[in-house]
Design a protein around this ligand. Structure first.
Ligand code: NAD
Length: 295
């Protein structure tokens, strides 16, 4: 078997092509342009690259972005103050704090300070809790991107055995919850899982987000499985690879995402989607069509 390559760039481009129309219609109907505020604390080069990618993606579809580069020395209280200002700024529909934050900043409090209605990264406790109970306003971008990718490839989720490798708060756990909400049977594995292969071999859909190159080898994958590789690893020779032995596993899987060009482009796309949707729901609320969560 040779796997179909799931083209995340093409899927992302198709979704992004719809955004300028949605943005134009918001502007024509209500004079509103979606706005995203991105706060970058400190001078981590990888974070700076992620932020500039997000800003470029916003520009390309017509979202106004506001980048705030804040010094590592910013106090916890000052950072919270900046977030509160942005929560109250009508030009802003999404507030995103680039992670990781310096150690003196309490990340949980920072994320809890972002207004739920502007939490386009989906990391506020309310949005996280909503993944368990229903009622999430914004889903976290990477797992949301994986779901969109599966949907666009018409890969059924309901009733499938899904194994998620990786249990972080930003990828693995929300991924598992989102797939469970779509009636998959989900197992979560992590660094302390004994004999990873005995789980992965059962997966109809295997989602890997561990940050370990070549973690998933062909003998760990069921013939015909769908393999979604979220991992992004830079090898010593500079190459970017995922967590899956792509060449080997592609001979056994029915469909597989490459790295780069798989999940990565979908993550930023979902950030754009969440930001536009935030502007749409705030605009609808302003004209009395419905009320967003007051939390
Ligand atoms: P993390 O370090 O926060 O979490 C990694 C998880 O993997 C943990 O739960 C850990 O227990 C588990 N793990 C580590 N080694 C393992 C092993 N040997 N076997 C089984 N589980 C193991 O990382 P994260 O933020 O969740 O990101 C995971 C990967 O996904 C990284 O490579 C990251 O760069 C990538 N990532 C990609 C995107 C994207 O848009 N494609 C977005 C976010 C993260």
């Amino acid at each position: 078997m040779t796997a179909r390559i799931i083209d995340g760039r093409a899927c992302a481009a198709q979704l992004r092509a719809e955004y300028p129309t949605r943005i134009r219609s918001l502007h024509e109907q209500a004079g509103v342009t979606p706005g995203l505020a991105v706060l970058l604390v400190g001078d981590d080069p990888a974070s700076a690259v992620y932020v500039s990618n997000k800003v470029r993606a916003c520009d390309a579809v017509g979202i106004r972005s506001f980048t705030f580069c804040l010094p590592t020395t910013i106090t916890h209280a000052e950072l919270l103050g900046r977030i509160v200002e942005l929560n109250n700024d009508d030009r802003i529909h999404g507030v995103l704090v680039q992670l990781p934050l310096p150690p003196h900043i309490d990340m949980r409090e920072v994320l809890a300070t972002i207004a739920v209605d502007k939490d386009v990264d989906g990391f506020h406790l309310y949005n996280v809790g909503g993944l368990v109970t229903g009622g999430t306003v914004f889903s976290p971008c990477t797992p949301y991107g994986v779901v969109k990718l599966l949907e666009s490839e018409a890969i059924p989720i309901e009733g499938q055995n899904v194994v998620v490798v990786g249990a972080s708060n930003i990828v693995g756990k929300p991924m598992a919850l989102m797939l469970m909400a779509r009636n998959a049977t989900v197992a979560i594995c992590h660094a302390k899982t004994r004999d990873l292969a005995q789980f992965t071999i059962l997966a109809d859909i295997l989602v890997v987000a561990a940050g370990v190159p070549n973690l998933i080898l062909p003998q760990m994958v069921k013939t015909g499985a769908v393999v979604i590789d979220v991992g992004i690893n830079r090898l010593p020779d500079g190459r970017i690879v995922g967590d899956v032995d792509f060449e080997g596993v592609a001979k056994k899987a029915s469909a597989i995402t490459p790295v780069p060009g798989g999940v990565g482009p979908m993550t930023v796309t979902m950030l754009l989607d969440n930001t536009i949707r935030s502007a749409e729901r705030m605009t609808a609320a302003a004209v009395g069509l419905w009320r967003p969560s007051s939390l």
